[in-house]
Design a protein. Structure first.
Length: 328
């Protein structure tokens, strides 16, 4: 296993480099952020050329790539055009923890709910429970997150009120202004109520898809010969499901979750925008609209690296779940 992991890590290095080259090449096809300045009669062309030279936009794209790559290796990710006076590293450093908090809670909630419900739906196939779970799952998969988010805001922030007249849940943001210096538990409870709706909206969508995958995978496993043999030997049904069937049924789910994990960095742009959460999702959208190339490229690079890394994590988890899988 150790040799396999070392080989995979070494193989990831050229792959990440190729991803960075392709990503930078795609961004180089977009007009430079100073193109709009040339149309402003109050800005001198010499000033625009000076800015282009300072940023390296007067160089060929491959030379700009080596300049940018060297800065990334040194930790110098360039200035942010979206937030003047801040670097791309500082901007992403502020947005990334927020997105990881929201998406981490969403992942945890979705896994805790989707896996048991998917197993129950498979064990009770074609029952009333199975039909109810199927309807709710398809509803969660098909419901657009922006529409579901707006419905939750209307219900919990407009229709439902506290005795004081305040909304039951805040419609957006991260924390009530003025509580920055409050005790830890006061701030924790305040921030938690701001996370309820965005986490619920994202989790509901994931639960629908993951439940269907879990159900399908479990149905395929419980029809295998070794499951029938275990039942014929008189093994209690809960042990047949939890000890014999569940591990093999989890293998496709591990792949699904591993490929979804980079969302923790990429964020959910639509949901973050609706609930005014200053995370990575809304940051990437703003960076692309405002042509903030340094920030957008770093965000794209982080997401691509996570896809590669979590593929390796999934392969390692396979061997832990199913002892029959060996890596030499």
């Amino acid at each position: 296993m150790r040799d396999y992991i070392i080989r995979r890590i070494l193989g990831m290095i050229p792959l990440i480099l190729i991803v960075m080259i392709v990503s930078f090449g795609i961004f180089s096809l977009v007009p430079n952020p100073f193109a709009a300045l040339t149309e402003n009669p109050r800005i001198k062309r010499a000033d625009v050329e000076r800015l282009k030279h300072a940023w390296g936009f007067d160089l060929p794209w491959h030379l700009r790539f080596f300049r940018w790559f060297g800065g990334v290796v040194r930790g110098d990710w360039g200035p942010s055009l979206l937030f003047p006076g801040s670097t791309a590293r500082e901007v992403i450093g502020r947005a990334l923890p927020i997105t990881m908090r929201v998406m981490g809670l969403e992942f945890l909630l979705a896994l805790i709910i989707a896996l048991p419900i998917g197993i129950l739906s498979a064990v009770k196939q074609y029952s009333i429970t199975d039909y109810i779970v199927t309807v709710i799952s398809f509803f969660g998969m098909s419901m657009p997150t922006f529409w579901f988010g707006l419905l939750m805001m209307m219900f919990f922030s407009v229709l439902l009120k506290r005795p004081s007249g305040m909304p039951l849940l805040p419609a957006g943001g991260l924390m009530t202004p003025g509580l920055e210096d409050a005790p830890f538990f006061v701030k924790f409870g305040d921030r938690l109520q701001y996370l309820v709706m965005p986490v619920a909206v994202l989790a509901f969508n994931s639960i629908g898809g993951w439940t269907r995958y879990m159900r399908t995978s479990m149905l395929e496993v419980i029809r295998q010969d070794y499951i029938r043999t275990a039942r014929a030997k008189g093994v209690p049904e809960r042990f047949v499901i939890n000890r014999h069937a569940l591990r093999n049924a989890l293998i496709p789910i591990v792949t699904l979750v591993a490929l979804s994990a980079p969302i923790v960095v990429g964020g959910a742009a639509i949901t973050e925008t609706i609930f005014t959460i200053p995370g990575m999702g809304s940051l990437i959208i703003q960076a692309q609209i405002k042509a903030d190339y340094p920030t957008a490229m770093i965000a794209l690079m982080l997401s691509s690296i996570l896809v590669i890394v979590f593929n390796l994590v999934a392969d390692i988890v396979y061997a832990w779940i199913d002892p029959r899988i060996k890596y030499s």
